[in-house]
Design a protein around this ligand. Structure first.
Ligand SMILES: Cc1ncc(COP(=O)(O)O)c(C=O)c1O
Length: 416
């Protein structure tokens, strides 16, 4: 498939076929393709400048910084906007925590996805991949073994126990920890977001506060896609630092690290990247933040989120093969448990079939991830989810063009 053009929630291939994007491309086009506010702001800046170095004061950067900061938890007064990508934003927060604490260890959740630089690959903790040889050891990372969706415990029931386990682990390692890093929703692990998630995160935050361990939220995925802009805001969780990327510039490359003032401790050049805070991206960021904070947009967004959650919750249990739905705001997943096939293979076949039918979704193990651009309308969600459910039915009934591949036998488990 060749991507040739995009407009709103749609994109087109070279044969002129139109697709509805339920993944916001790399989960980053918060306002869809070619949003007029973003396009106009970038166009104006193109006519005005190409790049300005951080040595100079810049009303452009100050304006965007103020607009973004007004949407974040108020204690995060310092905003480094000179970052290009989410991986570096996470790394910036960890560097700040390490310098503040004079300690190196990081506590996080096994299987977390925090990016693709050396540090964030360490923090995934998946091991046994050839790439890990290139990445060196991960002796500085402590992993909380939170169950991922391929384990059999439904998240709703696991949350309370996990909250307890996570806070205990923070207690055990507090003296050597630089920080705790959590992605509050973990899209790439099939979307956390059971009913107990907020209390799990609150418990971890309480332990961090009590033991004076800095808490970093990676809100690269969530910013703008959840009510109140971030989950720390939405659930009132007192985080010390926040990594942002993905949507903050409506799809243009930009990331940020927001911190309490006491973590504003890096020297010049430690986390100010060349082209970080590029003028075009910063103009897009300002326009994006202004757009998503408009009062008409806020109420429209809330009703679209409710519509999406309502449709998904209604279908679970009613339709064959759908086990659960989780998520917050416009970030949702459907976990599959088909009676006749391996759920992972079923999801892959479903995504392929949906692509044939003009709907783009991503799969995460046994889950289909849904994260449409924020500007999607309720009717567009109804239509797109209707296609998803029709495809599930067709696969279940063996009526689809796509076949489900049988799982490969695992000979490593065979005993002699
Ligand atoms: C939660 C999370 N954090 C960090 C990143 C890394 O962002 P980037 O790809 O911009 O480096 C990603 C990327 O998908 C992500 O999902």
């Amino acid at each position: 498939m060749e991507f040739v053009r995009g407009e709103g929630v749609h994109f087109w291939d070279s044969c002129g076929r139109r697709y509805t994007d339920l993944s916001s491309q790399t989960m980053n086009t918060l306002l869809g393709q070619r949003h007029p506010a973003v396009t106009a702001a970038v166009g104006r800046e193109m006519d005005n400048s190409t790049f300005s170095d951080q040595d100079f004061a810049s009303p452009l950067h100050d304006g965007a910084r103020d607009a973004l900061a007004s949407l974040l938890p108020p204690q995060l007064e310092v905003l480094n906007l000179r970052i290009n990508d989410g991986s570096s934003a996470v790394e910036c927060a960890v560097k700040q925590a390490r310098r503040a604490r004079g300690r190196g260890k990081i506590l996080t959740i096994k299987g977390i996805y925090l990016g693709q630089n050396n540090l964030s690959i360490h923090m995934r903790g998946l091991g046994e991949r050839p790439m890990d040889l290139l990445m060196g050891g991960s002796e500085d990372i402590v992993f909380a073994p939170i169950p991922l969706p391929d384990l059999s415990v439904p998240f709703e029931y696991a949350d309370a126990e996990n909250g307890q386990a996570l806070s205990e682990l923070i207690g055990i390692h507090a003296d050597t920890l630089a920080c705790v890093v959590l992605d509050p929703i973990m899209v790439s692990s099939g979307v956390f977001g059971g009913r107990g998630l907020a209390s799990l995160l609150r418990r971890a935050a309480e332990a961090c506060q009590r033991l004076k361990v800095p808490l970093i939220f990676d809100e690269c995925q969530t910013f703008g896609w959840v009510p109140d802009f971030t989950l720390a805001n939405h659930w009132d969780i007192p985080v010390d630092m926040m990594a942002l990327g993905k949507g903050i510039a409506g799809g243009l490359p930009l990331a940020a690290c927001a911190s309490r003032p006491q973590f504003d401790n890096l020297d010049f050049g430690d986390a100010d990247y060349t082209n970080g805070g590029h003028n075009l991206s910063v103009a897009a960021c300002h326009a994006t933040c202004q757009f998503i904070s408009r009062s008409d947009e806020l109420s429209r967004f809330r009703s679209v989120c409710e519509a999406m959650a309502g449709i998904l919750e209604d279908e679970i249990g009613r339709r064959k093969g759908l086990l659960a739905t989780r998520g917050v705001g416009l970030i949702r997943c459907i976990e599959m448990r088909p009676a006749f096939a391996d759920p992972v293979a079923f999801c892959q076949a479903l995504a392929k079939l949906l692509m044939e039918r003009g709907i783009f979704v991503r799969t995460y193990g046994p889950c289909i991830g849904l994260k449409p651009p924020r500007i999607i309308e309720a009717e567009q969600i109804v239509d797109a989810l209707g296609e998803v459910f029709a495809a599930v039915d067709d696969l279940n009934a063996g009526k689809a063009s796509v076949r489900i591949e049988a799982p490969k036998p695992d000979f490593s488990k065979t005993t002699a």
